[in-house]
Design a protein around this ligand. Sequence first.
Ligand code: PMP
Length: 338
Amino acid sequence: MSIRPDLSASVGHTPLLRLRHASELTGCDILAKAELINPGGSIKDRTALGLILDAEQRGELLPGGIIVEGTAGNTGIGLTLIGASRGYRTVIFMPETQSREKIDTLRVSGADVRLVPAVPYSNPNHYAHHARAHAEALNAAKPGSAWFANQFDNTANRDYHETTTGVEIWEDTAGRIDGFVCAAGTGGTLAGVGRALKARNAAVRIALADPAGSALAHYINAGELLASGSSISEGIGSSRITANFADAPIDLAWSIPDDESVPLIHRLLHEEGICAGGSSGVNLAGAIRLARELGPGHIIVTILADAGTRYQAKLFNPPFLREKAIPVPAWLDKAFPA
Ligand code: PMP
């Protein structure tokens, strides 16, 4: 018999897939960890579980408690579903610009969703400040009733990736890995996986694939926090250095434009049968750039963070893509005649 006792036990241990076309294109083995098959549909299920386990252990999250978080959506979905299975409710603050699909998923899953304006972290209206203040107000009214998960600056996020995602990638490849690349939102994935791999082999190259509009790639390359441009990808990029990102061991960093990353999402669906979200396109673009940098014959790992179905109305919507000056493949135009 093989029975997992609950949802938490089905997070992680995702398959590592070889992407045939990207591998042929570069002469490297381009491998992708399929985080989109986690029970809540994204890599953020790991973050949600890691933060919850840590808070339970510390006694910060008490039985029947309310989990409060600010999120682009995926962490909220993970916290809400894993929370339901462990007896917690959630209050989720998120920017109103995030996909309708993620907002609806949260609402039907039982989260109390509060949409707030999409503003930089320096603005008091940022979703993370709302979440912290809300948890504080609940605790002031009833001590111990609420817990602010704080995925950006609670380094239990990075630590959980270090001991699960990073170790799994090392074991999946039997240590035959030359490079790892992904985008950063909180930075938990990049820092956690980067630290796990560097601890086992300091020669593994760790690279950041940053969406346009984020300050991180330029910060790594030039040491100053400046951002320009924008991206349709969600959940990645940052205007500040979070505690989770702070000690990621990064060797290389690139800013990836949407007209490079989104076509890779379209190709991934038709050439590999994988329907992935926008951040996975940025990750794959980064993997191809890292392969070009290292040359043929290397083994490079990246992440499929969530599914494209979560962004149907953006990634697979010809008028939306045209408005953003992103190429529309002929088959997509054919699927949705004007
Ligand atoms: N991709 C997607 C779709 C996400 O939701 C997130 C998390 N916000 C990330 C990538 C980035 O992961 P991390 O927070 O670990 O940097």
